[in-house]
Design a protein around this ligand. Structure first.
Ligand code: NZQ
Ligand code: ZN
Length: 388
């Protein structure tokens, strides 16, 4: 059964090789002053920066730059971005990069016309953005987060040892996003597979919750099968357009809020991963891969029917003559083999976590109540210990 819901996704997508030409359609809709936001320089090395600037100039835009957005954007960088957007009186923020750049652009967009401290307002008190916001457009270069078609924004506060995501309403979604799979060819393998696991995790967070028969879970299974297949192909040949395009589209669907409609969701793996991110600044997808198997093995018996279904539908486990538990375990074992085969981080010690950090990690982990087991602090500690 699906519960009641109302659904709207206002982001217009332009997908496929050459999709950047759509900037000529979108840019004229906004004022003259554009704040061009990007990361540490990959877009200058792979030529995307030049193409974007040429489009902006061709549309007669005045371009102001805000580069240097780091992976896992910090609250200090957010304050700086707000000052820049105010100083140049931006009409549009154009984010060119991965989830960090897109998230940052959204956080700046909702803070420019806000007198309060955005960290306190949005990421501690979880208030919505009700005042005027700046429109955001995205040109995606790293696949995984789904930030190109959702209202999410994740900001890290290292001083407070907190990495917090807030999912905002429709007004904070990008107005448009350009998705050219060839823009991801230059990603290092480490980033590409990290993005793949981020996608997998987004789907699993929404799938492993509830026991109803609902369409969202069937969609989720199809997305996971496509991802597993395409990720293996992309690792074998990073310029495999078919695989790259499928991964890009799967990422968007995995977190454009659609597969969460009418059902409960978990998100505890992200809470564990974000705690690691707050303490180590590690790559997002790898924080998730390192904790997932200990987490899922821990909660498996509380949601056994879904874990059995996952094993059969996603991993093709043959259930004949086996107990439910055996089938479920074989599904997680198949997932583990896939994770290792594409080169994911399987232990948090590889991300800089050590035994003496466990208490701090437990303190930084938010506890969700939509999964199969609401974790106690002792359970969180044990999952972190097993992830080392
Ligand atoms: O900074 P540059 O030099 O551009 O390099 C980036 C960065 O080092 C590089 N990169 C990106 N595109 C490239 C490239 N290198 C070569 N060629 C390209 N085409 O990749 C590195 C990682 O980029 P980043 O944007 O940090 O990765 P990702 O897309 O995984 O974003 C991670 C952030 O998104 C948040 C995470 O917590 C993290 O802060 N998330 C956002 C979500 C959302 N909005 O809904 C949900 C997710 O669960 C996630 O939490
Ligand atoms: Zn994620």
């Amino acid at each position: 059964m699906l519960g009641k819901f109302s659904y709207c996704n206002p982001t217009r997508l332009y997908f496929g090789e050459g999709a950047l030409s759509a900037l000529a359609l979108e840019l004229p809709k906004y004022g003259k002053r554009v704040l061009l936001v990007y990361g540490g320089g990959s877009i200058k090395r792979n030529g995307i920066y030049d193409q974007v600037v040429a489009s902006l100039k061709a549309c007669g835009k005045e371009v102001f730059e805000d580069g240097g957005v780091m992976p896992n954007p910090t609250v200090e960088k957010l304050y700086e971005g707000v000052r820049r957007a105010r100083d140049c009186q931006a009409d549009l923020i154009l984010a060119v990069g991965g989830g960090s750049v897109c998230d940052y652009a959204k956080a700046v967009s909702i803070s420019v016309f806000c007198d309060e401290d955005p960290w306190e307002k949005y990421f501690i008190r979880f208030e919505d953005a009700v005042q005027k916001t700046l429109p955001v457009g995205c040109v995606l270069t790293m696949v995984g987060t789904g930030s190109e078609m959702n209202g999410g924004s994740v900001i890290t506060n290292h001083a407070q040892k907190l990495k917090i995501g807030h999912v905002f309403g429709d007004r904070v979604f990008p107005k448009f996003s350009v998705l050219d799979p060839t823009f991801t060819y230059s990603l290092p393998k480490h980033q590409m597979v990290s993005g793949c696991f981020d996608i997998m995790s987004h789907i699993m967070e929404q799938y492993f919750s509830g026991e109803d028969d609902n369409t969202s879970d069937y969609i989720a299974e199809g997305l996971m099968r496509s991802l597993v297949h395409s990720s293996v192909a992309a690792v074998a040949d990073p310029h495999d357009y078919e695989a790259r395009s499928n991964i890009m589209w799967t990422a968007t669907w995995a977190l454009n809020t659609l597969i969460a409609m009418g059902k409960t969701t978990d998100w505890e793996v992200h809470m564990l991963g974000q705690a690691i991110g707050a303490h180590t600044d590690a790559t997002h997808g790898m924080t998730l891969s390192a904790v997932s198997l200990p987490y899922y093995r821990h909660i498996m018996s509380y949601g056994l029917p879904k874990f059995k279904r996952f094993a059969i539908a996603v991993w093709g486990v043959d259930a004949a003559g086996k107990s439910d538990r055996q089938v479920a375990e074989e599904g997680l074992a198949a997932m583990e083999r896939w994770m290792k085969s594409i080169g994911l981080v399987m232990h948090t010690s590889e991300l800089g976590v050590s035994e003496d950090m466990l208490d701090g990690l437990v303190e930084s982990t938010l506890v969700m109540d939509g999964g199969y087991k609401v974790l106690t602090k002792d359970e969180i500690r044990e999952i972190f210990r097993q992830s080392l």
